[in-house]
Write a protein that binds this ligand. Structure first.
Ligand SMILES: NC(=O)c1ccc[n+]([C@@H]2O[C@H](COP(=O)([O-])OP(=O)(O)OC[C@H]3O[C@@H](n4cnc5c(N)ncnc54)[C@H](O)[C@@H]3O)[C@@H](O)[C@H]2O)c1
Length: 262
């Protein structure tokens, strides 16, 4: 229950899905948490519930594509709780389409929300962590950061860049006890996945079947890994892109033989 006792953590995109699950997990392990999101109603509801359960939690309206919003969020964490130990860059939005048909504004907005945001989060968190004598930066990439995906070029490009930006921070700041890691999920059952499934030609069952575990990943299963990376238990892990994909990228399925047990 005390794996993050005394630590202060920011979670962007904390009002839904993976971010909300992680916020709850962090708070349950003793962290003071800041939920940063553009969805004020959902964010306020989550922190109110955490507060009612005895946690220290505040909400900050934050559009992660805006440096000033990220700076205000880190400032709130430092002013309210005395410092910053964990920065979880998790919020995302992306447009899509075939590459030659993507409007430049959609490309720019997608990269702003998914890549500039992570740079802003790192750029702003690092000085606060240096003050604190160290810290852990975690960013949500995706298994799509390792592969292409049809009609998802802004997404795959941003996620690949997040993985390498993570490595860069790791090698630059490791001596100062700041670690940076990325988590790379497969299909996680969140509103974002539901939006994809609404337009995908694949059925839910077909998407699930691509995972070795034969089901969608739950947000809490990602939160468990993020918690580990945030905690001192992961003190030797930095610059890593940790795949949490239920076996999605473990194999090809060209031959079509069914897995053992059907
Ligand atoms: N769900 C999946 O299958 C899956 C797979 C791989 C990676 N991911 C990644 O996981 C992360 C979380 O996704 P999720 O599935 O929990 O999605 P979600 O839609 O449930 O939550 C995303 C949150 O980000 C917030 N957000 C969107 N734009 C924002 C902005 N400009 N500023 C601040 N907040 C903003 C939304 O309001 C929402 O609360 C994302 O980085 C996503 O790319 C998700």
């Amino acid at each position: 229950m005390d794996r993050l006792k005394g630590k202060v953590a920011i979670v962007t995109g904390g009002a839904s899905g993976i971010g909300a699950a992680t916020l709850r997990r962090f708070a349950a392990e003793g962290a003071s948490v800041v939920c940063a999101d553009i969805n004020d109603a959902a964010g306020v509801e989550i922190v109110s519930k955490l507060g009612a359960d005895g946690a220290k939690a505040v909400f900050q309206h934050c559009d992660v594509s805006q440096l000033a919003d990220i700076e205000a969020t880190v400032e709130l964490a430092v002013k309210t709780y005395g410092g910053l130990d964990v920065m979880y860059n998790n919020a995302a939005w992306s447009g899509g389409g075939y590459v030659a048909q993507i409007e430049p504004e959609v490309w720019t907005r997608s990269l702003a929300v998914m890549l500039d945001s992570v740079f802003y989060g790192m750029r702003t968190a690092i000085p606060a962590m240096l003050e604190r004598g160290g810290g852990s930066i975690i960013s949500t990439a995706s298994v799509e950061g390792f592969f292409g995906e049809i009609m998802a070029a802004p997404y795959t490009t941003a996620k690949a860049a997040v993985i390498n930006l993570t490595r860069n921070v790791a090698i630059e700041y490791g001596r100062k006890r700041i670690r940076a890691n990325a988590v790379c999920p497969g299909a996680v059952e969140t509103p974002m996945l539901e939006r994809l499934l609404d337009v995908s030609p694949n059925s839910r069952e077909q998407v699930m079947a691509q995972h070795a575990i034969g089901r969608f990943i739950q947000p809490e299963e990602i939160a468990n890994v993020v918690l580990f990376l945030a905690s001192d238990e992961a003190s030797a892990i930095t610059g890593a892109a940790i795949v949490v994909d239920g076996g999605l990228t473990s194999g090809l399925h060209l031959a079509g033989f069914p897995p053992f047990g059907g």
